[in-house]
Design a protein around this ligand. Structure first.
Ligand SMILES: Nc1ncnc2c1ncn2[C@@H]1O[C@H](COP(=O)(O)OP(=O)(O)OP(=O)(O)O)[C@@H](O)[C@H]1O
Length: 255
């Protein structure tokens, strides 16, 4: 599904002061596109994602998925957070099914299929306490996928994971995107991740959050982080950051 985002202004009131955190961001994402969003800390990335998800409706502007205006959260907008937020008292398959009935054979079959996709076979009956961070995040991805969202919104989903697990899950996510053709919108701090995954990259600046640049990423899949074309794009993105005159900080190879 295509997504149209117009946020004219988003402000928070704190200590009786009005703090404008997003000023005039418009983005068009076509069906099946993979948009990655990067920007300095505090520029409003998570706020923007919550608006797209319908979790925050107190802003000036409008978000549409196809022709439907988003005014509340719904099953069409799957959301994956940095922390997995699994229920510790439920097994992997129960977490994935959540409010669906696992005794229903169709649900059971769907859970089994999704467990295969996220490569958690053999862990159906395990509890979250027995899972690594990467495995838990795969359960969170599976839980979002079972509702067959038209758009999947991911807020730094791999930020808390080690570099090896992060790379592995990036590939898992790409396979899901290619197989299910879901429109993806992913927020990250990691420049390499934004180029590795995205077909379009939005760079935000801060105070207030606004669009610095939108760049298409035309590299073919599978991508190679060491290719000269990949490295060239990386330099272009870094140059845009310099233009925002914001502090560029390192998180692995990120910002
Ligand atoms: N509920 C809230 N009340 C008041 N201010 C808020 C609230 N949520 C976010 N903000 C402010 O809005 C701005 C943008 O926050 P947001 O979390 O969207 O940024 P971000 O780009 O996702 O940051 P980071 O990269 O560090 O996660 C920040 O200045 C933040 O302090």
């Amino acid at each position: 599904m295509a997504v149209s985002i117009v946020v004219n202004e988003k402000a928070f009131i704190s200590d009786e002061k009005r703090n404008v955190v997003i000023d005039d961001i418009s983005l068009e994402i076509k069906q099946g596109e993979f948009l990655t969003i990067i920007g300095p800390s505090g520029c409003g990335k998570s706020t923007l994602l919550k608006i797209i998800a319908g979790l925050d409706t107190d802003y000036m502007g409008k978000v549409h998925i196809e022709n439907r205006r988003i005014v509340e959260p719904g099953i069409n907008q799957g959301f994956i957070f940095q922390e997995h937020r699994l229920f510790p008292w439920l097994t992997v398959e129960q977490n994935i099914a959540a409010d669906l009935n696992l005794r229903d054979s169709k649900v059971k079959q769907k859970v089994a299929e999704i467990i295969q996709i996220v490569r958690l076979d053999g862990y159906e009956k395990a509890y979250p306490s027995a899972l690594s961070g990467g495995m838990s995040q795969r359960v969170a991805i599976a839980r979002a996928l079972i509702r067959e969202p038209e758009v999947l919104l991911l807020d730094e989903p791999f930020g808390a994971l080690d570099a090896f697990t992060r790379k592995h899950l990036q590939d898992v996510l790409l396979q899901i995107w290619q197989k299910k053709k879901i429109t993806m919108i992913l927020v990250t701090h990691d420049i390499d991740e934004s180029i590795y995954l995205g077909t379009k990259l939005a760079i935000l600046r801060s105070k207030p959050g606004a669009l610095q640049k939108v760049m298409p990423i035309k590299l073919s899949f599978p991508r190679n982080r060491t290719d000269s074309s990949f490295q060239y794009l990386r330099q272009e993105v870094l140059k845009e950051f310099e233009k925002t005159k914001e502090v560029v900080y390192e998180q692995g190879s990120g910002i």
